[in-house]
Design a protein around this ligand. Structure first.
Ligand SMILES: NC(=O)c1ccc[n+]([C@@H]2O[C@H](COP(=O)([O-])OP(=O)(O)OC[C@H]3O[C@@H](n4cnc5c(N)ncnc54)[C@H](O)[C@@H]3O)[C@@H](O)[C@H]2O)c1
Length: 442
């Protein structure tokens, strides 16, 4: 394992070795655990929520629902958010004592240090996730981490390495790519991988015309505070739209292929964001190529248009599939998914699966899958920004960091001073592989 102050230069395991050992196991995780647990296995789940925004609060409720389904005692014992008023939502929503609603840049370190905590829910902006995930694993916690999990190559390498450390420590990790915990997808992708549509010829992923993205106004005392409140609009925080949202559909395609693409080229634009502060684009069209030459066409946009679709489509030599639930075999037969899970809500099921893996000590570590899909999106984004083709190894090994240095060096050092004194690293140049911008800190 790398020491705290270095960014790993390469992933700790080869892509194919890891896929062989975990990918299928993870897809099947939701259906393979025993339904009934013995009383002595039911140690209480004590969770901290890091990032008490919309999803952090939602994931906290999903966790509590999952504890009821599994039949284990579960509590939210601490909350952490960079902003005090957000951290305080822990008291309102989950009766967390005020002194355990932590705020500031190092809030996650304080929450992770609360005695008895064994479960961390990370739902912060993607740029902060690698050091926070690393800190949670180093502190010995099982983790639920929302997608996407990084915004660049160095952040992704931190994720891969921390995922490996989690495995060595016997810690379980589930990711917020919830389709992997959704019955229709699990059932259908198993049938695709068992050969029902033959060899895969091509794939298509849509997060198209999702409508305009929120902006929270010019709210904050300093430039960095304004950016963090409007994190979606800054690449160092969100990774841009293709990464932030479209990662879901890209992840489904990677799951179907049991691999990640090795090359991308494409285009995009900032069309309807107008004069809103920020630097992200609002639409991308990218073609990805998997090993062996199969291509995935990916389209995403948060613009207002007359139609929209969030979906995936797979074409095989013997048929086609909407991997969310159906297959059409050449000649006319139609197959529909019928698998049922404990929870019909994938947001709850992902916690059911994680809690069961913890209690039964069965394998569940989705770090590699979610990081692969995040880095796939990053590769597509950089291809669109630069106007050229970008290859997997170049983006994986890229030294370019979008965020302030500290995010990539040592989570413990995030305890330094007042985050408001940082100079935010924008506007960024969009030619990341060739022309990295200089990032300054005060
Ligand atoms: N799986 C899904 O379907 C799904 C749905 C919604 C959101 N998400 C993901 O969840 C994450 C959060 O999204 P959201 O909609 O809740 O955003 P949000 O803005 O509502 O919440 C983010 C919270 O993180 C806090 N925060 C910012 N920087 C922090 C730091 N360094 N340390 C601690 N807290 C910090 C913010 O103050 C805010 O309260 C995103 O990555 C998003 O993609 C996933």
């Amino acid at each position: 394992m790398n020491n705290n102050n270095t960014i790993p230069s390469k992933p700790a395991v080869s892509r194919r070795d890891f896929l062989k050992s975990t990918s299928l196991a993870v897809g099947a995780a939701a259906v393979s655990f025993p339904a009934v647990l013995s009383a002595q296995d039911k140690q209480p789940m004590n969770a901290v929520i890091i990032g008490m925004g919309g999803r952090g609060g939602g994931a906290g409720k999903n966790f509590l629902d999952a504890c009821k389904i599994v039949g284990v005692e579960g509590k939210i014992v601490a909350t952490a958010d960079i902003f005090p008023e957000q951290a305080a939502r822990g008291k309102q929503n989950f009766q967390v004592p005020e002194e355990r609603c932590f705020s500031g840049f190092d809030c996650h370190m304080k929450a992770l240090a609360v005695p008895g905590v064994n479960y961390a829910i990370i739902a912060t902006p993607p740029g902060f996730k690698p050091p926070q995930f690393k800190a949670a694993v180093e502190a010995g916690k099982h983790v639920f981490i929302e997608k996407p999990v990084s915004v660049d190559g160095p952040g992704s390498r931190i994720m891969y390495a921390a995922g490996e450390l989690a495995k060595q420590k016997g810690l379980k990790v589930a990711a917020g790519t919830q389709r992997r915990h959704q019955a229709g997808y699990i059932d259908t992708i198993k049938h695709i991988q068992d050969g029902m549509i033959g060899d895969i010829v091509s794939l298509r992923a849509y997060w198209v015309n999702g409508g305009p993205i929120w902006h929270r106004g010019d709210n904050g005392a300093t430039a960095i505070e304004k950016q963090i409140r409007n994190w979606y609009h800054f690449i160092w925080l969100s990774g841009d739209h293709i990464c932030e949202q479209h990662v879901h559909n890209i992840d489904v395609c990677n799951w179907v292929m049991n691999d990640h693409p090795v090359k991308a080229w494409g285009m995009g634009a900032r069309q309807q964001l107008g004069s809103k502060p920020g630097e992200i684009w609002d639409n991308f069209a990218v073609e990805f190529e998997y090993p062996g030459g199969v291509r995935m066409a990916s389209y995403c946009g948060q613009v207002k248009r007359s139609w929209s679709s969030v979906s995936e489509f797979v074409v095989g030599t013997k048929g086609t599939s909407n991997p969310g639930g159906s297959i059409s075999v050449k000649g006319g037969d139609r197959w529909r998914a019928s698998l049922k899970l404990e929870s019909g809500d994938a947001y709850v099921q992902e916690h059911v699966d994680l809690i069961k893996a913890i209690l039964n000590n069965t394998e569940l570590n989705e770090t590699k899958n979610v990081t692969d899909s995040t880095l796939t999106a990053i590769m597509g984004r950089e291809a669109a920004y630069s106007g050229g083709a970008v290859e997997w190894d170049a983006i994986l090994e890229s030294p370019f960091q979008y965020g302030p240095e500290l995010l990539y060096t040592d989570a413990a050092k995030m305890q330094y001073g007042d985050f408001r004194t940082l100079v935010p690293p924008m506007p960024s140049k969009h030619d990341v592989l060739k022309n990295p911008p200089v990032v300054q800190t005060a």
